[in-house]
Structures are given as C-alpha cells and as structure tokens.
Design a protein around this ligand. Structure first.
Ligand code: DGY
Length: 323
C-alpha cells in the first residue's frame, strides 16, 4: 500500500522523532501539529473529525465534547502513563480504545523522583544558587546543612511500578520503607521489604514522603492541610504524580510555618506553573517543569509504544497497553 492509498488518518498533537512518524506512515496518512506548544483546542477539535487515531499528550484534553466529533476515531494513544487528561468512560462508551505508556518510563521517573529527594533533602539547588551569588565566604560547620538521606525512613504513597522502582533505589541508601496504596502490593513487599500502613501512619513516621499516585477523583488533593500537619518538621515532601493530588496553598503554609522542612515538586496544579507562584518563592522548594520521564531513551520508547498501539488497533489487533 502506498502512503497515498493509506485509508487511515493519524493525527499527532506534537512533533516526535522521525522514526515514529515513519512507522505510522507505513499504514496511514499522518499529520503532525508542527507548532511549538500544545495544539490549540479549536485545531484539535477540527482535526479529530477526520482522524482514525489520535496520538495525544497529557496537555491535550480529550473529553466528551471532543469525542462526540470524532466519528472515525478508533484509538487515543496517550504518550504518558498518566491519563487523567482523557475521559476514559466517554471514550469506552463510543468504543474508542485508550492506551497509555506504562513500564517504558518507570526507571526514568524513579530516577527523577530520587534525584528530587536528594536535591530537596540536601539543599542542592539552594546551595548552587548560594555559590553562584558569590555568598560562599568560608567553609562552616552547618553551611547548607540538610537532612540525612542514608538510613532515613521513606514513605511511598502509590506503590505501583514507579513506587517499587523508587523503593529499590532507596534500599541502596539503606532507607527503611513504608508504603500506602489502594491495596497491598505483596510482590513489591517481597522485593523491597516495604511495610504497608495507613496514610496517617506513613505521614507521621516518614522522613521523606514520595507521592506517586495517579490523579483520580479519590486522590484529588489527597495531600491537604490535615495531611501536612501530620508530617515531621524535619520531613521532606516529593511530588512526581500530578499537581492535582496536592492542595498547593496547604503545602505552602506547611513549608512557611515549618510544619515540614522542604519539598521537591515535578508537577503543579497549573502547568506551566506561573513564575510568581508562591511555592516558587521559597528557598526550600525544588521545582521542576514536569520532567519525570524526560530522558531521550524513555521518551523515545514512550512514543514508540504509542505508535505501536495505534498500528495494532488500526490493523485489527489487540492494543498493547490499554488503560
Ligand atoms: C506520565 O507519563 O504520566 C508522565 O507524567 C509524563 O512525563
């Protein structure tokens, strides 16, 4: 079949590597949004009318309003493990398959979570700024002193694949492990020795709390004023899930009133987070622009998996990673 004969149309909402586009072009006509940011909503609403497959990003809202225009759509392949940007029930109702990209980003995201933990606990960003500002006048006993990582207690909220990968890294630092999850993860317990407990106990006991739960109606603002008040004054909070899992005003108050010691945040309620956001004014916040899985290797594998899901569905096979 030549490209011209291809009967399917695939719409990609961002530029990805040429090999991914070529893979899709083997079976379909492919159109890519060539702009630098997310595809504007009005453009997406138009494009989806003719698309058999949508290669989407977490910045694209795939809701009822969009899906009802998508008469030919067979699959939404999200290039992310999280899919809170998609109304999955509305898609299923229309027989549209939704896929995500689990596994291929697990290790990269766990690396980033651990990097944030180290950076926030040991004040890496603050110390780096201090040096560049010419404020380093002498060595001194408590200059930029932080919290121990080695031997500390780590509490993981959301013990899925990424949680388990973070736990494995923590074992290398001789950390003791607690976790909280919707249900017990016996396999992770066996591999990592993590102990299951309730959320309150985890918050009270942990020196580091890493939040990895997906954003759902049940986890929206899971961390609020009450939860932060349970944490130790020396504790560090890390969020690598979705910004919506945290009440940011409560986190800000917890940091300012020293209920907790520091935070490392890869995600925010509003992304990009406004530069005048109160959390960004705090020296004890390490803030990153949602780069959890951002390695060349992981992002390429995520894009390949999204493309493979599209090829599978359009050619009448089962999707590889349906949600
Ligand atoms: C995901 O895959 O959900 C990540 O947040 C993207 O980096």
């Amino acid at each position: 079949m030549t490209k011209q004969d291809a009967k399917w149309c695939v719409y990609l909402t961002r530029k990805v590597a040429a090999e991914i586009v070529e893979r899709l072009q083997e079976i379909a006509q492919v159109e890519v949004w060539e702009g630098d940011g997310p595809v504007p909503r009005d453009v997406l609403l138009k494009k989806v009318e003719k698309a058999d497959a949508l290669f989407a990003m977490l910045t694209d809202r795939i809701d009822e309003d969009l899906l009802k225009r998508a008469e030919r759509l067979q699959i939404v392949a999200n290039m992310a493990v999280g899919y809170d940007n998609i109304d999955v029930a509305a898609a299923k109702k229309r027989g549209i398959v939704v896929t995500n990209t689990p596994d291929v980003l697990t290790e990269a995201t766990a690396d980033l979570a651990f990097a944030l933990l180290l950076a926030a606990g040991r004040r890496l960003v603050e110390a780096n700024r201090f040096l560049h500002a010419g404020e380093w006048k002498t060595w001194s006993p408590y200059l930029m002193a932080g919290q121990s990582v080695h031997g500390a207690k780590l509490g993981i909220i959301g013990m899925g694949r990424i949680g388990e990968a973070v736990a494995k890294r923590a074992k290398g630092f001789d950390m003791s492990l607690l976790y909280h999850n919707r249900r017990r993860n016996m396999a992770a317990e066996r591999v990592t020795g993590a102990r299951y407990c309730g959320l309150d106990e985890l918050l009270q006991e942990s020196d580091y709390v890493v939040l990895l739960t997906p954003l759902t109606p049940q986890t929206r603002e899971l961390m609020g004023a009450r939860e932060f008040s349970l944490m130790k004054p020396s504790s560090v909070f890390i969020n690598v899930s979705r910004g919506g899992t945290v009440n940011e005003e409560a986190l800000y108050q917890a940091l300012v009133t020293k209920q907790i010691w520091a935070a490392g945040l890869d995600v925010f309620q509003q992304e990009p987070v406004p530069v005048d956001h109160p959390l960004l004014s705090l020296p004890n916040v390490v803030a990153l622009p949602h780069i959890g899985s951002a390695t060349y290797q992981a992002r390429t594998q995520m894009a390949r998996l999204a493309a493979d899901n599209i090829v599978a569905v359009l050619t009448g096979r089962e999707p590889i990673s349906p949600v």
